[in-house]
Every structure is written in structure tokens, then in C-alpha cells.
Design a protein around this ligand. Structure first.
Ligand code: NDP
Length: 435
């Protein structure tokens, strides 16, 4: 706390990991002597820069951009860019720290990073978005590269923004390389990247349920968010026979007792992305659905829950409500959506609880596959990629079981993910010595 004053999200993330790692490294002299955890918790570097752009009314705007390069022990820095007014150094440091473990868990050679800006894309015209993205990349380009640091999308950064940034990178450097992932299919993107995080979170959920001899058929799911991760998680829940009861955005949640089926999901996707609409309008569109302003969906009775919006959106009290209502499994699509209190509630209740660094790794995994395809200068088939995503999620689940088995049929997935991710990065760092 003394080293990172005021950085609450970052401290929270490190604390959560440290609780598990201290136990694991007890008696393991090398990890102590070489100060591995302390080194992973100190980013390799943080770049902060001015992003200046002109809005449609010819006002000059000044924003702050960042790239946190946390650790590249096992591969180039890799992690998304977030455009949201809440972005600050603490949030990006927490995300880059988490990303380091998540990327290690995938089994692919990727280090951890994260970046973004406090720019608010809401209500901005297409021209404004383009000018902002170009200005952002005009500084960022000197810090990234296909073998150095490969950013991707995150909240507020989708295919359109990646396109504008990639175009600017290409214009400045004259190079066509796999420097960003989440690209359009026309210029080096990978099939199934948009679906990968949401689908992967549901595959992970399915794997957890399987350990109890259960599946998703007939299960009621409560999902938060209505962006990329939430809508694709909802899609896969439907495909596997479950029923989705809720979606949300920063203004509240919708509850549809009839179930949010594929047709309704398609409406949400178009509404939230192309029309830039609000989820509240869902209740005007579909009968029996209700909108609950300013609330989160965790009070709706369910069998499984998937927080897919943002950090700290599921607090201790929400966790207690879920447990009380009989929820048996939680798979995080978002990064650190559950606060520390909530994590402890799930652990004490022996719920099947998957932390985002394990369950939402499908997205970055397919980004890793996009990097491989770019290096090979070819595109793999959808069926191949679907299988690889499945295999990667199965592998992550296996690693969590290996290190998270607490006996008596209970797996602590948080511990499993933390230790498995840490061990891979730590062992690489030990091999390098003090660098
Ligand atoms: P999107 O921008 O597509 O969607 C974000 C969703 O979360 C929107 O519905 C948004 O509502 C809602 N939201 C954002 N901030 C808040 C808030 N403060 N309170 C309540 N709701 C909020 O982002 P993604 O779906 O891509 O990302 C969602 C989460 O998943 C993030 O935590 C991200 O880091 C994580 N993630 C994403 C991956 C990916 O592949 N996209 C990969 C791994 C993790 P509104 O429209 O009102 O802003």
C-alpha cells in the first residue's frame, strides 16, 4: 500500500493473488530469494502520454493515454486497450497484473500488459472516434510491435477502434504486421475472436459443472453487461440448453422471465453497437421484460451467474444473495467483477467459482492464435479455431484443478488459477536471473 498510494484496484488485485501465492511459495527458497512476486507486482514500465484531438465543434480536447507493460517473461506484452472515463493508472495496473497470470494460464507465449485512455467514446461521432484513435496511436506506436507488445480491444474499444488504430500504425511505420489483435477479417483478423471470451467463459462453466456431474441444460443464468462478452456468453448458454434471464448496462438491468433467446440477443447486439442504444429499451421491445434502473441483476433467482460488465460489480452482499438463492456456479466474463468480500463468500460456500483470469481467458487465447496466424500469413478455419478454443479452456480448467484441489471434492479455482499462472511466469523469471 505504501508503494502504490491510492491505487485501490491494483492493491486489491495483488492482495488477492498474494494470499494464495504466499501459501504456495512457503518453503520454496528460490521464489523468496529472487523476490519473484514483488517483481511481478512492479510493472516493467508504465508509459503515460497526452492525447490531443479536435471534436466536431472544433474544440481542442486533451486526454491521457497509458500503456502498462507488466511482464514479458514468457512472451511479448499482450492485453487490451480500454477507453472509458474511469480509466486511471490503478485500474490499468490491476488489469495488466491480472493479464500476466491469465496469459500464462492459456499455455500460449504471451506476457501481460494493458492500456487505454480516460476518453469517453459515448456520444462521440464516428469522425471524433477516428481522430481520437489516430492521435492515441501516434504516440503509442513507438512503444509496441508484433514481437514487443501487442494490444487488443477492451471496454470501449471494438473492431471499429482497432481498425482506426491499425490504419494509423500502418501509416506511420509503413509496416503490415500483427501489432494489434481483434482486427477485421479483411486485414488479418481471426475468426471467432469476437465470440471467444463469452463462449470461453461458458465452456469453463460447463467444465466446472461437469465435475459435479451436471450440465447447462435447463439451468437459469443471470448475466450482467450487454457488450461483447455478455452477449456472446448469453449466446453460448442458449446453445447449450440454458435460459438467460438478465442483461445489464451501466444504467440498470433487464429481467426477461421468458428467456433472452438468440433473436433477442441479436437485437441487443445491434441495439448496443450499431445504434449505440441503452439496455432499458429492451423492456419496451419485448413483452414481459422489466427494466430495473440503477440496479444490478444478482437478486434474480438463478442456477448460474456470469458477471460480464466490469470490475467490482458483484459485492459481498450480492454474493450472499446469490448463495441464498441457490446459485451453484459463477463464471466471470469480466475482469475482477467480484470484490474481495464476494470472493470470500463464494469460497466459504464452496460454490463453483471461476475467477476471470481463468474463465475469461478465451479472448486473449484467440488473440494469441491471431498473432500466430499473422506470423504465418495465413488464416485458420473456423472449425480448427473452435476446437483450439475448447482445448485451451479445457487446459486452463485442468491447471486450476491441479493446483486448486482442496480435498473433499472442493476445488478452489482462484487458488488454482493464481498458482498455475504464477508458477509459469516465475519459473521463466528464475531462468533469466535478476533482470
Ligand atoms: P463492452 O464495452 O463491449 O461492454 C461493456 C459492458 O459493461 C456494457 O454493457 C457496459 O454498459 C457495461 N459497463 C461498463 N462499465 C460499467 C459500469 N461501471 N457499471 C455497470 N456496467 C458497466 O466490453 P466487453 O464486453 O469487451 O468487456 C466487459 C468486461 O470483460 C470487461 O471487464 C473486460 O475487461 C472484460 N474482458 C473482455 C474481453 C474481450 O474479449 N472483450 C476479454 C477478457 C475480459 P454501458 O453500455 O452502459 O457502458
Amino acid at each position: 500500500k505504501r508503494r502504490n498510494p491510492g491505487q485501490t484496484e491494483f492493491i486489491q488485485a495483488v492482495q488477492e493473488v498474494a494470499e494464495d501465492i504466499f501459501e504456495f511459495i512457503e518453503g520454496k527458497e528460490d521464489y523468496h530469494r529472487w523476490q519473484i512476486l514483488r517483481r511481478i507486482a512492479e510493472p516493467d514500465r508504465i508509459v503515460s502520454f497526452r492525447v490531443c484531438w479536435e471534436d466536431d465543434n472544433h474544440n481542442i480536447r486533451v486526454q491521457r493515454g497509458y500503456r502498462v507493460q507488466n511482464n514479458n517473461a514468457i512472451g511479448p506484452y499482450k492485453g487490451g486497450l480500454r477507453f472509458h472515463p474511469s480509466v486511471n493508472e490503478s485500474i490499468l495496473k490491476f488489469l495488466a497484473f491480472e493479464q500476466t497470470f491469465k496469459n500464462a494460464l492459456t499455455g500460449l507465449p504471451m506476457g501481460g500488459g494493458k492500456g487505454g485512455s480516460n476518453f469517453n467514446p459515448k456520444g462521440k461521432s464516428d469522425g471524433e472516434i477516428m481522430r481520437f484513435c489516430q492521435s492515441f496511436m501516434t504516440e503509442l506506436y513507438r512503444h509496441i510491435g508484433a514481437d514487443v507488445d501487442v494490444p487488443a480491444g477492451d471496454i470501449g474499444v471494438g473492431g471499429r477502434e482497432i481498425g482506426y488504430m491499425y490504419g494509423q500504425y500502418k501509416r506511420i511505420t509503413g509496416q503490415f504486421t500483427g501489432v494489434l489483435t481483434g482486427k477485421g477479417m479483411e486485414y488479418g483478423g481471426s475468426l471467432i475472436r469476437p465470440e471467444a471470451t463469452g463462449y470461453g467463459a461458458v465452456y469453463f462453466l460447463e467444465n466446472m459443472l461437469k465435475t459435479k456431474g451436471q450440465d447447462l441444460a435447463g439451468k437459469r443464468a443471470v448475466i450482467s453487461g450487454s457488450g461483447n462478452v455478455a452477449t456472446h456468453a448469453a449466446e453460448k448458454i442458449n446453445q447449450l440448453g440454458g435460459k438467460v434471464l438478465t442483461l445489464s448496462d451501466s444504467e440498470g438491468f433487464v429481467h426477461d422471465p421468458d428467456g433472452i433467446d438468440q433473436e433477442k440477443i441479436n437485437w441487443v447486439k445491434a441495439h448496443k453497437t450499431r445504434r449505440r442504444g441503452r439496455i432499458s429499451e429492451y423492456a419496451d421491445e419485448f413483452k414481459n421484460a422489466t427494466f430495473h434502473a440503477g440496479q444490478r441483476p444478482w437478486g434474480v433467482e438463478c442456477d448460474v451467474a456470469l458477471p460480464c460488465a466490469t470490475q467490482n460489480e458483484l459485492l459481498g452482499e450480492d454474493a450472499r444473495t446469490l448463495v441464498r438463492n441457490g446459485c451453484i456456479a459463477v463464471s466471470e466474463g469480466a475482469n475482477m467483477p467480484t470484490d474481495l468480500d464476494g470472493v470470500h463468500v463464494f469460497k466459504e460456500a464452496h460454490l463453483l467459482y471461476a475467477p476471470g483470469k481463468a474463465s475469461n481467458a478465451g479472448g486473449v487465447a484467440v488473440s494469441g492464435l491471431e498473432m500466430s496466424q499473422n506470423s504465418e500469413r495465413r488464416s485458420w478455419r473456423e472449425s480448427e479455431l473452435q476446437q483450439m478454443l475448447r482445448d485451451i479452456m479445457d487446459g486452463i480448467h485442468e491447471r486450476c484443478l491441479e493446483y486448486g484441489d482442496r480435498g473433499g471434492g472442493y476445488t478452489d479455482y482462484v487458488k488454482g488459477a493464481n498458482i498455475a499462472g504464477f508458477k509459469k511466469v516465475a519459473d521463466a523469471m528464475l531462468a533469466f536471473g535478476v533482470v
